[in-house]
Design a protein around this ligand. Structure first.
Ligand SMILES: Nc1ncnc2c1ncn2[C@@H]1O[C@H](COP(=O)(O)OP(=O)(O)OP(=O)(O)O)[C@@H](O)[C@H]1O
Length: 268
């Protein structure tokens, strides 16, 4: 369970970007975080894995307070937090398998990593997960030879190799075409339930948030102003979150074209 309480983040002397934010995510919930550019979505995710230092407040993952951790304790806690990025963050000249195994870096010794002597169980787990998301046949391909959707699947598998207790996805579909975006959203949704993993997804596309996540959290100027089911996410909620702020109309209202998504069942 993730429990965020009174989280404040202030960059320098500016106004706080997150203002006493509270959020609890239980079980295998898939939660989307929506809000206009600058609302504080990325800052919130990055406070959770401490890529950004919270100014005050508490973030507990399965009972462990993350905010005060330092050194080895912080590194241990970070292993349990998987992160998927908009730009995939793969190492292009390495193979898919090598990128995937990078998810084990927090667990293996430096010698094992440098000599690429990963434990047999890690290799097996890598293949199982790659098969699950449909990229096992690319194991020995260079990462830069893959399409965007395939690269994001590598990013997802790398995060899962950490055996995370939570998965954070920062705009995971923003670099992908609409159909591929839907496949990735569907994949995250299925993996959350298969692996009993809570997933937090920052997303600009409200229509996809409504279709592929079970709970929507809306931020505006660092405050949570909506927290509910997609069915409760009415035009009023949309106006409250984005009112007076320009957002592309089709991103907010267009229904994802599920009929055309064409994702084989075993890959979603
Ligand atoms: N490292 C930083 N130093 C100073 N200000 C920052 C830093 N990172 C973010 N900010 C500011 O914090 C605010 C929130 O940014 P954040 O990236 O969290 O918003 P966001 O909702 O994720 O936006 P987007 O959807 O555009 O990614 C913005 O005003 C941004 O300029």
């Amino acid at each position: 369970m993730l429990e965020i309480s009174k989280l404040v983040k202030r960059y320098g002397h500016d106004k706080p970007v997150l203002q006493e934010l509270d959020l609890v995510v239980e079980g295998s919930s898939v939660v989307s975080i929506v809000g206009a550019s600058g609302a504080g979505k990325s800052t919130m995710l990055r406070c959770i894995n401490r890529l950004v230092e919270p100014t005050s407040g508490s973030i507990r993952l399965n009972g462990n307070e993350l905010v005060k951790l330092r050194g080895a304790a912080l590194r241990r806690a970070r292993r349990k937090i998987g992160m998927v990025f908009q730009g995939f963050n793969l190492i292009d000249r390495l193979t898919v398998m090598e990128n995937v195994l990078a998810g084990r870096l927090g667990y293996v010794s430096l010698y094992q990593a440098i000599s690429r002597r990963y434990p047999k169980e890690d290799i097996e787990r890598a293949f199982t997960l790659m098969e699950r998301v449909g990229i096992a046949h690319y194991a020995n391909k260079r990462a830069d030879e893959l399409s965007g959707g395939e690269r994001q699947r590598v990013g997802v598998v790398r995060a899962l190799m950490q055996e995370p207790e939570i998965l954070l996805a920062d705009e995971p579909t923003a670099s992908l075409d609409p159909r591929t975006s839907e496949q990735i959203m569907k994949l995250l949704q299925s993996l959350a339930s298969e692996l009993s993993l809570p997933v937090l997804i920052n997303i600009h596309n409200v229509a996809q948030a409504k279709t592929y996540t079970e709970r929507i959290v809306g931020l505006r100027h660092g405050k949570m102003i909506f927290d509910g089911a997609p069915s409760d996410f009415t035009k009023d909620a949309l106006d409250a979150i984005y009112g007076g702020i320009e957002a592309p109309e089709e991103e907010l209202t267009a229904e994802p074209d599920k009929a055309q998504s064409g994702v084989p069942h075993d890959q979603t």
